[in-house]
Design a protein around this ligand. Structure first.
Ligand SMILES: N[C@@H](CCC(=O)N[C@@H](CS)C(=O)NCC(=O)O)C(=O)O
Length: 241
């Protein structure tokens, strides 16, 4: 997916490095998470870091994707996308891999269950997150009406949220599954409401409760953006309509 980013300014408190910037002192032993503050994929890694209490262990480096520094792709992450993580002399990317990596290689509360049945379900749901994202974004990018596939993807999430019937999270307590979905849901809820007059939570009580409960978790709320700003960015950069 293309970038959904705009320049962050110093006054936003979310400074981002642009083309005129110098790279950090790479591989100096600092663990760095390279993100764009408006990117749902980067947000997954950022929430994971916050929830595990790793603010002092993993430094955030904001990248301005609208004025991307050449050094980012040349020296940090050859794919040029965010998020990426600099840790132990290596660079890794892909948000769904990164959240698992951060969970298993750093201290803090475990975000994947030990129970084999829940663990298998967690793996399946995390593996489905990319297809879910595509099912939700496709009609917006192709400027077509809500598809059966989109509705089915939302219904699948609604059913998944009650699989262990303890709620309000996918596995009962907060896990990487919640983190994988919430940043996408945050955006598509706004986009469908404004652009399709469709409330994704209507008739989906589990989803409604899930979003409500996620909005009580500071590790996540600290990473949220103004809804209308996200809508503007997506119209401009993803050309959704
Ligand atoms: N599959 C990747 C997707 C990452 C991605 O597409 N990030 C966008 C920003 S939202 C990006 O870095 N785009 C590159 C650019 O705009 O230069 C992941 O999950 O980490």
């Amino acid at each position: 997916m293309a970038a959904a980013a705009a320049p962050a300014t110093a006054s936003s408190g979310k400074e981002a490095l642009g083309s005129a910037s110098e790279p950090p002192r790479l591989f100096d032993g600092t663990t760095r998470l390279y993100i764009c503050y408006f990117c749902p994929f980067a947000q997954r890694a950022w929430v994971t870091r916050n929830f595990k209490g790793l603010q002092d262990k993993i430094e955030l480096v904001g990248i301005d994707l609208q004025d991307k520094p050449a050094w980012y792709q040349e020296k940090v992450y050859t794919q040029g996308t965010v998020p990426s993580l600099e840790h132990n002399g290596k660079i890794m990317g892909e948000s769904l891999d990164l959240i698992k990596y951060i969970d298993s290689n750093f201290e803090g509360p475990a975000l994947l269950p030990e129970d084999p049945e829940k663990r298998q379900f967690a793996d399946e749901m995390i593996a489905y997150a990319n297809a879910f994202t595509k099912a939700l974004y496709s009609p917006l990018i192709s400027k077509v009406d809500l598809s059966d596939e989109t509705v089915a993807a939302l219904d699948k999430i609604e059913a998944a949220l009650s699989k262990f019937s303890v709620g309000p999270f996918f596995l009962g307590q907060l896990s990487l599954v919640d983190i994988a979905y919430v940043t996408i849901l945050e955006r598509v809820q706004i986009y469908y409401s404004h652009l399709r007059n469709y409330e994704i939570t209507k008739g989906r009580a589990n989803l409604e409760k899930f979003i409500e409960e996620m909005n009580k978790i500071e590790a996540y709320t600290q990473t949220k953006n103004d809804p209308l700003h996200l809508l503007d960015l997506a119209k401009k950069h993803l050309k959704i309509a």
